[in-house]
Design a protein. Structure first.
Length: 501
């Protein structure tokens, strides 16, 4: 269906792809795997017409092609679900799905009724129970990811590229997506699937292609392959997954949350958060698990002062009650939040790496209102080295780095502020297994220094690997709290499933 021949792509002095070749057959799912920065997303953007300036050739259905725009690629039958969401927050779901391909009536006006009907049908197919007229900006990240998938399905394409399509959706939504992929394969479509979740690849992929440092390393059949061998091919060495060896009993209390409630902004009677209480001790890692819509992100945001007008309850840091009205108050109290959506809430994409890292410490790096460049440069060098951020220099724009390196910049920014409690919302979302391991090492190292850590994750192995205690949420309530040593996937999932009345 699609052949890539000796593709090379450079950004300034950085070679993102070098002589990459591969085949994408019809009627199969081809998994493209590799670390962050291996060139996977760059290659997919070339195939889908986002990048036109490259060396090499693309052969589609036996004919060499050059796409000058993404629209040309779509018209030819190649659709992409991007890793980073490409939605306009102030437009409705329907308007986003049909943007650039609007339906019109015989009188030349927008056929809003038909577009809404088709959107509703797509959302039902993806099991997303949301009004098609809802503004996309009001949806959670996972729901927005489902809208991205709906956009691609609308096109009825022959090649569907899925770049981390499950990074922000729940297990039940993953199963729905896999069902749709199987249907597409039955229709002899070609599916290109990129994911760092290796367990998914073994469930859905027929073939694999490994990229490392912008080069094609190997390709083959998934049948008979194992995760350890794939990881070695990705990174060029054996990776030992970090796990917490000994649980910490948080005796010295750093953070205490008592009866925290969050009202619904739409005036709905039922609260989003319902009487949440928990503590975090010195050097303790508290993992919080819940299905999409459980209120995990809202909990961290409320503690951080983002919903002060709608929240009630008591928050204490080091035994002292804090009146947190906004994030500035939270930062002064010693709290830091690495948000779920790094592009929207964690970074200023148009600024360079150095500036992003220094954003939380501007007062310490200025003299009479003038930034001290030497201090700023030293700070960025420190964290680029410690977190192994892959960048040509600290003056490179943050928006041009891979997702994993962007996440490391967000971590660096908050670590520079020297917090007492670090709250992490999906810190390894869209990050490869090696980068995940580095972040696990960092989390454990920070906990060893006495930092209190709250880790929200939708990946159960991650929660079990690094947590001292596990809290489970369902429908805005804490439904279970257990030491990590007593936790199991079955027990956690049972507590996470909403109880029907």
């Amino acid at each position: 269906m699609l052949t890539v021949q000796n593709i090379t792509k450079k950004f300034g002095g950085i070679t993102a792809l070098e002589g990459v070749s591969m085949e994408i057959p019809a009627g199969k799912v081809t998994a493209i795997i590799g670390e962050n920065g291996a060139g996977k997303s760059t290659l997919m953007k070339i195939l889908s017409g986002v990048y036109q300036d490259f060396d090499g050739q693309i052969v589609y259905k036996g004919t060499p092609v050059v796409f000058s725009t993404p629209a040309e690629a779509q018209e030819a039958g190649i659709a992409i679900i991007h890793q980073e969401l490409n939605l306009i927050p102030y437009l409705s779901i329907t308007q986003n799905i049909f943007l650039g391909r609007e339906l019109v009536t015989k009188w030349g006006t927008l056929d809003e009724t038909e577009m809404r009907r088709k959107t509703k049908s797509l959302l039902e197919r993806l099991h997303l129970d949301v009004d098609p007229d809802t503004e996309v900006g009001r949806l959670k990240v996972g729901q927005q990811q489902v809208v991205e998938i709906a956009k691609a399905l609308l096109l009825e394409s022959d090649v569907i590229i899925m770049d981390e399509p499950t990074s922000a959706i729940s297990e039940s939504e993953v199963e729905v997506l896999f069902g749709i992929i199987r249907d597409l394969i039955q229709e002899n479509k070609a599916v290109v699937y990129i994911s760092h979740k290796l367990d998914e690849l073994f469930k859905i992929a027929d073939r694999y292609v490994v990229l490392r440092d912008g080069k094609t390393i190997e390709s083959g059949e998934m049948k008979g392959m194992c995760a350890d061998v794939l990881i070695q091919k990705m990174v060029g060495r054996e990776i030992n997954i970090i796990r917490k060896q000994e649980a910490v009993n948080g005796c010295d209390e750093l953070l205490k949350v008592e009866n925290l409630c969050l009202k619904h902004p739409g005036g709905i009677k039922e609260n989003i958060l319902k009487n949440i209480s928990f503590e975090v001790g010195k050097g303790e890692i508290v993992g919080i698990f819940g299905l999409m819509g459980a209120g995990r992100t809202e909990l961290l945001e409320t503690i951080f002062g983002l919903h002060s007008g709608l929240s009630e309850g008591k928050i204490s840091v080091c035994g002292e009650e804090m009146h947190i009205q906004n994030p500035r108050d939270a930062i002064k109290a010693g709290l830091a939040l690495v948000p779920e959506d790094r592009k929207k809430d964690g970074l200023v994409l148009g600024l360079d790496v150095r500036t992003n890292i220094g954003l939380t410490t501007l007062e310490e790096m200025e003299n009479f209102g003038v930034l001290l460049g030497d201090k700023e440069a030293a700070l960025s060098r420190k964290y680029i080295g410690e977190l192994k951020i892959k960048t040509s220099s600290d003056k490179q724009e943050a928006g041009n780095l891979s997702g994993g390196n962007q996440q490391k910049i967000v971590l660096a920014k908050w670590l520079a502020a020297c917090p007492r409690v670090l709250m992490l919302d999906e810190p390894t979302r869209g990050i490869d297994v090696n980068a995940k391991n580095e972040i696990y090492k960092l989390i454990l190292k920070l906990a060893d220094t006495g930092l209190g850590i709250v880790l929200v994750s939708s990946e159960l192995p991650e929660i079990l690997a690094v947590s001292d205690r596990v809290l489970v949420m369902a429908e805005g309530r804490l439904t279970e709290a257990m030491p990590a040593a007593e936790a199991s996937e079955d027990r956690i999932l049972k507590a996470a499933i909403p109880k029907t009345i």
